[in-house]
Write a protein that binds this ligand. Structure first.
Ligand SMILES: C[S@@+](CC[C@H](N)C(=O)[O-])C[C@H]1O[C@@H](n2cnc3c(N)ncnc32)[C@H](O)[C@@H]1O
Length: 222
């Protein structure tokens, strides 16, 4: 996985900590073994930072897999905080629950199996923090499903919006073509450009992009 910054920066980010515990490390090893796309430690740490800065108590995640990103956040939630995990895959969610039990975090979590976008539409906010990590092609729909449930001052963070090293790379020419109305060279360019275009015009939100992990877009409800 190519980095969006230098190797030296990666070392310093890790040195700054906080770092993965035993269970997060086990999840990272599983992700590597199975080729499962977790957000990785840089984004996990950044999600925890955002939760800390906001003093987050309520969190909703679209696309939780076996719970890696959610676990990073749950560690910094207060005892009466809640993170709502969602995934269409019941087996992955059961694994997430088991990891949370082992980490003594299950009392701060709910686990809902089904279509994350439908679950987001039905979710009762307000949420301090929302994570979009379901299919990138559906990020705009996910954003629209949850935006009204985000508390003023809360944030929606979308993962995997800057990386260029996928089978469907983002290129300057491809992005410029798409943003000026021509067809995108691949589905990923279409989805990422559509998301940036959408959030940059979303009333009541201000969006910032950060080059951690595979890149995140942080949309603050103002
Ligand atoms: C990138 S993985 C999530 C990784 C997780 N956030 C982490 O970092 O540990 C994406 C997950 O989203 C789920 N997913 C994708 N689209 C979905 C949808 N519309 N509804 C529910 N789950 C979805 C997939 O089953 C997969 O487990």
């Amino acid at each position: 996985m190519a980095r969006l910054h230098s190797d030296a920066v990666a070392v310093l980010l890790e040195l700054a900590g906080p770092n993965a515990d035993e269970i997060l490390t086990e999840m990272e090893q599983r992700a590597t073994r199975e080729g499962f796309p977790i957000v990785g430690a840089e984004v996990g740490r950044t999600l925890a930072l955002c939760a800390r800065l906001r003093g987050a108590k309520t969190v909703f995640e679209l696309g939780s897999g076996f719970g890696y990103s959610a676990y990073w956040i749950a560690r910094v939630l207060p005892e009466d905080g809640t993170i709502n995990l969602t995934d269409r895959d019941a087996g992955l969610l059961a694994d997430a629950e088991a990891y949370f039990e082992r980490g003594s975090l299950a009392q701060k979590a709910t686990f809902a199996q089904g279509d994350a976008i439908s679950l987001a539409r039905e979710a009762r906010g307000p949420f301090d923090l929302v994570v979009l990590d379901h299919d990138t092609a559906d990020y705009v729909e996910g954003f629209e499903a949850i935006r009204d449930a985000v508390a003023p001052g809360g944030v929606i963070i979308a993962d995997n919006v800057l990386s260029t090293d996928t089978e469907q790379p983002l290129t300057p020419a491809g992005l410029e073509a798409k943003l000026s109305g021509e067809p995108a060279p691949n589905e990923r360019t279409r989805a990422v450009a559509a998301y940036f275009d959408h959030v940059s015009h979303a009333d009541g939100f201000e969006t910032y992009a950060l080059p951690f992990g595979q890149g995140i877009a942080v949309s603050c409800r103002i």
